[in-house]
Design a protein around this ligand. Structure first.
Ligand code: T4K
Length: 401
């Protein structure tokens, strides 16, 4: 049902446009029978975890797909970041953007490494390399770039700074599985890169992640650290943790991999539908992915300029939630506004003006194989209706207070 009057909006008491909630991050499920077959094999083998055959097969296939020498599967990306940081010997301070999921900062802080937040380029949403150098101190040991929305962050510029100051360079590539940078797959840049295969990512292993690297020594360390530091049956050579991926997760990964192109195709079509149907709304922009690079299109991101658009991002989110469209506000409010960083660095916001603006502008819309094109058409028609009636909606909200 299309809304023709603002009183029909669910926020004002009308029925929601969808009966069931549409989520951002609804998991993509590959071929169910293939997955069940693999789980049967796994049960027959009675090999459930600890570097089992599915994990090894997944690692080989991922390394080949990414064109990288080593891929080490881990139980999730947060632990993978922790292990990568430790394997690289990071300590003291590490520079990273505040505009990222809080796991990027927590993975450092968890090991008593201080995250130093850098501002972003408002055009790319990625770390601004021009602002990195001024944050380097004698305590800095590394830089963590984040490929936000799967769009490569400024790899060459960060690499140049890292080399000049002898810093380690790692990338949080949680969003960037399947993305390229100048035609090369993300995964082989810097000292290490870290992927997330969480259920909400377009390619998932239920929970999971991986570290990739072309460096044999680092790969060896990460393999040991993932398994308590064991270098042989009874020989522990280093501090380690339990970062192992289970066989059932790897079975899901192998199955997801078989549907990878199909899932990316659906995401791409969804992205194109959103782009054309939301085109031309004043103050509203869908972020664009370069056509000459690969991307998974798993994030449909709207940027709303409150000075031009008829309503704010937060009002739009409130209206959409009432209609059962669970749009998200990644990454609001920015890591520096979350604990313990907010208390540790109360003045951080002063150096992060672009981050602070960006966190108030962006939202993500549902996509993936769980969303039908007809649903996207209805979401877009609703969004157009909301912006066309923004002034009336605002005054109705003010009157209702
Ligand atoms: N670095 C970056 C840049 C990241 O974005 C992330 C994770 C990481 C590192 C760490 O990766 P992992 O350690 O997680 O591997 C979600 C995800 O949990 C998180 O993985 C992701 N980034 C982040 C951007 O989003 P939440 O707290 O928003 O998740 P949640 O539970 O609200 O789920 C999101 C939506 O998905 C909900 O609307 C419901 C839906 N959903 C979720 C699950 C798990 C389903 O429909 N089915 C499901 O099974 O963090």
């Amino acid at each position: 049902m299309r809304k023709t009057n603002i009183n029909e909006l669910a926020l004002f008491g009308g029925p929601p446009i969808f009966n069931q909630v549409l989520h951002v991050g609804r998991p993509n499920i590959g071929n169910r029978q293939q997955l069940l077959n693999r789980i049967n094999d796994m049960l027959d083998r009675r090999w459930l975890t600890n570097n089992g055959p599915f994990v090894q097969e997944l690692e080989e296939k991922l390394a080949a797909y990414l064109g990288v020498a080593h891929c080490i599967a881990i139980c999730n990306a947060t632990v993978a970041l922790e292990i990568a940081a430790r394997a690289l010997g990071l300590a003291g301070e590490v520079i990273l953007p505040s505009f990222t999921f809080v796991a990027s900062a927590h993975a450092l802080q968890w090991q008593k490494i201080t995250p130093v937040f850098c501002d972003v380029d408002p055009l790319t949403h990625n770390i601004d390399p021009l602002k990195v150098e001024s944050l380097i101190t004698p305590k800095t040991s590394g830089i963590m770039g984040v490929h936000v929305w799967g769009r490569a962050c400024p790899i060459e510029a960060l690499d140049e700074i890292a080399q000049k100051h002898q810093l380690k360079l790692l990338f949080d590539a949680a969003h960037a599985f399947g993305s390229t940078h100048q035609g090369r797959m993300i995964g082989g840049f810097g000292d290490t890169e870290v992927f997330s295969f969480h259920a909400t990512k377009f390619f998932n292993t239920f929970e999971g992640g991986a570290v990739t690297t072309n460096n044999d020594d680092i790969a060896g360390k990460i393999r040991r650290m993932r398994n308590f530091g064991f270098a042989g049956l009874d020989n522990v050579v280093d501090i380690g943790t339990n970062g192992k991926m289970s066989e059932v997760s790897a079975a899901m990964g192998l199955t997801s991999l078989e549907s990878l192109n199909e899932i990316i195709g659906v995401n791409h079509n969804n992205y194109l539908a959103y782009s054309s149907e939301l085109d031309g709304i004043p103050g509203v922009q869908l972020i664009r992915y370069a056509e000459n690079e690969k991307n998974s299109y798993q994030y449909v991101v709207l940027e709303i300029d409150e000075n031009v658009a008829s309503i704010s991002r937060d009002t739009l989110v409130e209206i959409l939630h009432a209609e059962n469209i669970r749009a998200r506000r990644y990454f609001y409010p920015g890591c520096h506004q979350m604990e313990p960083y907010r208390s540790n660095f109360p003045d951080a916001g002063r150096n992060l003006p672009e981050t602070e603006k960006l966190t108030l502008k962006v939202l993500q819309l549902p996509t993936g194989t769980a969303v039908r094109e007809e649903e996207i058409t209805r979401i877009c028609a609703l969004i157009r209706f909301i912006f066309a009636n923004g002034t009336k909606i605002r005054s109705e909200l003010t009157l209702g207070i």
